[in-house]
Ligand binder design. Structure first.
Ligand code: ADP
Length: 222
């Protein structure tokens, strides 16, 4: 099977909570998903929802070859608890020449080894969810996403200190280092913020900037 046979396909290894949600979402987004798990009951359970589910051991090169794993451009190893299996499956997929192998890590150490053996992307779903919830719980943030190197986008209610005057006067960038990119007035949709936008206290805003600056901005009340 040549690589170009599966341009939109993703191989998902492991149908635990993360892998099964991922596989289902990818399928909904129009990807052709082949999901693999060693657990017969899980394979059975998911065969009604996912188009292609196979019972196989992803640490076995022969098994992966038989599934045509070498014809995939992208694979995601969603095995967390069994670190040995996670590493072996990742290594085997890389050996088979799959160009993009994503892997889930449950600890920093696990993630470091995955990176060492060549995983293209390492994701930490539990750590990331924990951090996100901490941000949502501890402040005024209604939604929060952090990107590489501490850069974040957040949704929050407009702090009082920047309400009632135009953006060029309140100058959030100069005072807090953040940029306000969107505003949603009660009962309306989000629109872009421009120099003469005046925010009200009931408005929701979208802010971007360094994570610590977004946090400082969110905490500003006066
Ligand atoms: P989660 O926390 O997302 O539920 P788990 O690590 O508990 O993740 O689940 C991993 C899944 O991967 C399980 O369903 C398990 O049966 C499967 N799995 C473990 N080892 C292999 C393997 N060698 N090949 C294929 N699937 C595996």
């Amino acid at each position: 099977m040549g690589r170009d046979v599966h341009p939109n396909a993703v191989l998902v290894i492991g149908l635990g909570r993360f892998g099964s949600t991922l596989a289902e979402s990818l399928q909904r987004l129009g990807h052709d998903v082949l999901a693999v798990d060693t657990d017969r009951d899980l394979v059975q359970e998911w065969s009604g929802t996912l188009s292609h589910v196979v019972e196989a051991d992803a640490t076995s090169e022969a098994a992966l070859r038989q599934l045509g794993a070498d014809g995939f451009d992208r694979a995601v190893v969603s095995i967390g608890v069994d670190i040995e299996a996670s590493l072996l499956a990742t290594g085997t997929l890389l050996d088979l020449g799959v160009p993009e192998v994503w892997a889930k890590a449950i600890t920093r150490q696990h993630g470091r080894i995955l990176e060492r053996i060549g995983a293209s992307h390492v994701v930490y779903p539990e750590r990331d969810a924990g951090e996100r919830v901490a941000h949502l719980l501890s402040g005024r943030l209604i939604d929060f996403v952090e990107f590489d190197k501490g850069f974040a986008v957040a949704k929050l209610r407009a702090p009082e200190s920047i309400c009632g005057a135009t953006m060029d006067v309140v100058a959030p960038r100069g005072r807090f280092g953040v940029t306000i990119v969107g505003v949603k007035r009660p009962g309306t949709e989000f629109t872009h913020v421009v120099a003469d936008t005046v925010l009200g206290r009931e408005d929701l805003i979208i802010v971007t900037g360094r994570t610590d600056e977004v946090e400082r901005f969110a905490a500003a009340t006066g």
